[in-house]
Design a protein around this ligand. Structure first.
Ligand SMILES: Cc1cc2nc3c(=O)[nH]c(=O)nc-3n(C[C@H](O)[C@H](O)[C@H](O)COP(=O)(O)OP(=O)(O)OC[C@H]3O[C@@H](n4cnc5c(N)ncnc54)[C@H](O)[C@@H]3O)c2cc1C
Length: 407
């Protein structure tokens, strides 16, 4: 019997979950993950807030809404089955002034439309029973949300993929994707050699647009990197936050605004902000990659975005350099927090797709073609949703294959 060979480019949580789901759906397939780093999950999947999002914010019917609702259930179950640390501790979204209250109510409505249960509006006093140090005039309690150890999820997925006979090739940066005229499949050329396959799936995070282009896809949208920087709260002041305290997000942006997060392995973090980064893997302010920068500046979408939101971007940069300003944003949620309570923490870089018109692509975005499928936009909550995304992709791969065999 000839076994179908599937190559998955990218060993972040989406690539790993996709490989795992492909093996479940197509048990005879030979799945190979090609990852450019010496280890899996060194980028977004291990540089995030570690939150389990349940689908509160997303447009009903969108991939993000559907796959977050399904994905959080699957992720919690996966953590339970494999003994991975997680805690469904619930979160509060806080309206800090009366003008934010209508947006808080709109969130409640959206959450209900997305099928969430247990959502509850809290008065200021009820909020303080859950988070004694939070300020605010009203809040929304979201009991289904929580925190998880995503790096451990990735390690487990990698182990399971190998156990099912899959291969993970590390230090394999894919540089070229060529059609194999004889088989109708692909040859993935990479820094560790060459991998032939019948079907190609790419989940390349910060490089998703460029890797899809290697397979002949037009770069209709472009990845623009937004760095998210964190502060840690000093241990002696961590009593100020019990679990997760979020602001009411600005609906113009897909980012949720700086918030407080309890980490599953201990400690409390504040952040992340969203600063335009000068390199796709620009984890620090000093990181500049001239090729990435030139590529971004040549993209009309970025200029249109800057024309519209230049001031917001500038304010974000300014706040990134000032602990006092960062703290001022946090004081809206927890008035007692002080600049001295904040210790600089890590950072992650979001792979956010932008359209040529300058808008941020709001939903997960997949591009399908002949024996190929590309995950071009997988921003938050793609860690939470990864197992559901993988399931969705496995379904798409099967239907593309079925169509091809019928023709
Ligand atoms: C600051 C921040 C906070 C976030 N908070 C949350 C949260 O609390 N909850 C949540 O659900 N989500 C959160 N997210 C989003 C979540 O982390 C991402 O959506 C998710 O990790 C995306 O996974 P990925 O596999 O697509 O990308 P990545 O983890 O970036 O993986 C892509 C992989 O592709 C590899 N690659 C790239 N190019 C090539 C190539 N040419 N050849 C081979 N390999 C290649 C990379 O090395 C990388 O390992 C956050 C993200 C950030 C940045």
């Amino acid at each position: 019997m000839i076994r179908m060979r599937i190559a998955v480019v990218g060993g972040g949580i989406v690539g790993l979950a996709t490989a795992f789901r492909l093996q479940q759906r197509l048990p005879d397939a030979r799945v190979t993950i090609l990852e450019k780093e010496p280890q899996v999950a060194l980028h977004q999947s291990s540089h995030n807030s570690g939150v389990l999002h349940c689908g509160l914010y997303y447009r009903p019917g969108s991939y993000r809404a559907r796959l977050a609702v399904r994905g959080i259930r699957q992720m919690v179950e996966f953590c339970q089955v494999h003994g991975i640390k997680h805690d469904v501790c619930g979160k509060v979204v806080v309206a800090v002034s009366q003008d934010e209250v209508p947006r808080l109510h709109a969130l409640l409505e959206r959450g209900c439309q997305n099928g969430l249960t247990g959502l509850r509006l809290l008065s200021a006093n009820e909020l303080r029973e859950i988070e004694p140090h939070a300020g605010g005039v009203q809040a929304l309690h979201v009991p289904q949300e929580g925190i998880a150890d995503y790096p451990a999820v990735c390690e487990t997925l990698a182990r399971l993929v190998r156990k099912q006979g899959g291969e993970i090739v590390n230090s394999a940066r894919v540089t070229s994707l060529q059609r194999d005229k004889q088989t109708g499949g692909w040859r993935a050329i990479h820094t560790a050699g060459e991998t032939p396959c019948d079907f190609l799936v790419t989940c390349a995070g910060l490089y998703s647009d460029r890797v899809a282009e290697l397979a002949g896809q037009k770069r209709a949208v472009r990845i623009v990197p937004f760095r998210g920087e964190y502060y840690l709260i000093r241990p002696e002041r961590q009593f100020l936050v019990r679990n997760l305290i979020y602001p009411v997000a600005d609906p113009r942006f897909p980012f949720l605004g700086v918030h407080f997060t309890r980490r599953i392995l201990g400690g409390i973090e504040a952040g992340p902000n969203a600063v335009l980064a000068l390199a796709r893997e620009g984890y620090t302010k000093g990181d500049v990659n001239m090729a990435d920068l030139a590529d971004a500046l040549a993209f009309p979408g970025l200029w249109r975005f800057l024309l519209k939101y230049g001031k917001t971007c500038w304010d974000e940069i300014y706040r990134s350099f000032s602990r006092e300003l960062f703290c001022r944003s946090l004081q809206r949620l927890v008035p007692e927090i002080q600049p001295d309570d904040l210790i600089p923490g890590g950072a992650g870089v979001r792979a956010q797709a932008m359209s040529p018109e300058g808008s941020l692509v709001d939903d997960f975005h997949f591009v399908q073609g002949d024996r190929q499928l590309h995950v071009v936009n997988a921003p938050s909550p793609a860690a939470t949703s990864s197992l559901a995304i993988g399931e969705e992709i496995a379904g798409m791969v099967t239907s593309i294959e079925t169509e091809a065999s019928i023709q």
